[in-house]
Design a protein around this ligand. Structure first.
Ligand code: NAP
Length: 362
């Protein structure tokens, strides 16, 4: 198969570096364009990231000497580029929205890690195992925005996949969830580079992450929603209350989850069986980045742990443990997912594979 030529906007940042690492041997995609701010533009990639390369591999040879393009410089986009991943950070959401819109307007499919377009109702916010059918909103988006070939697809916030995938699996099995109380313990890489100052986080926990609780409470409602006439209509049947904290862990977001079911309450063994058996379209299509088993349940009383479990199935699986009955709600459990892989670059790569498999990226 001839590989799709791919560009990374924000290639020098934390998520951008993860794309460079994860796509180095990808069977379908090949990076031909790296773009970032004017600070990096014009430098070779190796020069642009020399003080801040965080991956535990060397920069792949094919990428080292690529010249970093200014994300706003549309003239220098390689002629054969097929689509882009966006992992830029800019001072305002409006700037990001406009930039991403301009790429789609120029005819490029764009898969974004940013929150700027997550609430645009005709932009699908996709977790491949949950709401893959939301990509069918793309023709509505193209019509509304007057895009010919381009479109925008986004990924949700990096902490969501750990708890939403297991909750969705239970809903699919007929156990409707009414209330969730979620406390996240989020890794420092979630704040990008250089992120949280070391003196703020070493020997400490910061009980606040700007904007994160709103995302944790609201984004699931769009993901669980249905396509309506003009875009996605939110699901209204789950109430979520979240507390989000930053902890001194490099990668891997943990969520402590309390669940109350609407009416039928499954047995503990049933829940574990549902999780272990859960598979969805990415597994059926055997997409390269799909984890074989999207939800792994560990019986050990002291798991999951970020250091030991975040890399399960290429960093794409959600790992759960400590399912037990709750005195106030029905059950509680602890779940983990890799924030920069499943929650960012890896999740977006899976979305791109889905878009190729379904004919949206040609
Ligand atoms: P980061 O490490 O701060 O990287 C930011 C990137 O954006 C760099 O490539 C930077 O280029 C570029 N940039 C900064 N200002 C710019 C400007 N004015 N114009 C053009 N490019 C600019 O951030 P990150 O953690 O990779 O996050 C990137 C995006 O993904 C954010 O929206 C974040 O919320 C989202 N996200 C992050 C995670 C995570 O776990 N880190 C997870 C999910 C989603 P220079 O190097 O040239 O400055």
């Amino acid at each position: 198969m001839k590989k799709f030529k791919v560009g990374i906007l924000g290639a020098t940042g934390t998520v951008g570096q993860n794309y460079i690492k994860l796509l180095q041997d990808h069977p379908w995609f090949e990076i031909v364009d790296v773009a970032a701010s004017p600070r990096s533009a014009g430098k070779s990639y190796v020069e642009a990231v020399k003080e801040k390369w965080q991956m535990a591999i060397s920069i792949p040879n094919k990428i080292k000497d690529l010249t970093v393009r200014d994300v706003q410089d549309f003239e220098k986009i390689p002629k054969d580029l097929n689509f882009v991943f966006s992992a830029i950070n800019m001072p305002t959401k409006e700037q990001i929205k406009e930039l991403e819109y301009n790429y789609a307007k120029k005819g490029f499919p764009l898969i974004s890690n940013n929150s700027a377009h997550r609430w645009t109702s005709d932009v699908p916010m996709v977790i491949g195992e949950i709401n893959h059918e939301h990509i069918n909103v793309i023709p509505i988006q193209q019509k509304n925005k007057d895009f010919t070939k381009g479109f925008i697809v986004v990924k949700p916030n990096c902490s969501l996949q750990s708890y939403l995938t297991p909750i969705y699996a239970l809903e699919q099995a007929g156990y409707k969830v009414e209330k969730l109380i979620i406390t996240t313990l989020q890794a420092v890489s979630g704040a990008g580079y250089p992120g949280v100052p070391s003196l703020d986080i070493i020997d400490n926990i910061v009980p606040y992450i700007n904007g994160e609780e709103e995302k944790t409470e609201e984004e699931p409602l769009k993901i669980l929603g249905k396509i309506g006439k003009n875009g996605i209509e939110n699901y209204k049947n789950i109430q979520i209350s979240a507390t989000c904290t930053r902890v001194p862990v490099s990668d891997g977001h943990i969520a402590s989850v309390h669940v109350k079911f609407k009416d039928k309450v499954p047995l503990k063994e049933e829940i574990i069986d549902i999780w272990k058996a859960f598979k969805s379209l990415p597994q059926e299509l055997d997409l390269p980045f799909a984890p074989n088993q999207p939800i792994i349940y560990l019986e050990n009383v002291d798991r999951p742990q970020p250091k030991k479990d975040r890399d399960n199935d290429k960093g794409m699986a959600v790992t759960i443990g400590r399912l037990r009955e709750d005195n106030i709600f029905d059950y509680k459990f602890v779940s983990l997912s890799h924030n920069t892989i499943r929650g960012a670059a890896g999740g977006a790569i899976l979305n791109a594979e889905l878009l190729v498999a379904k004919g949206f990226i040609k």
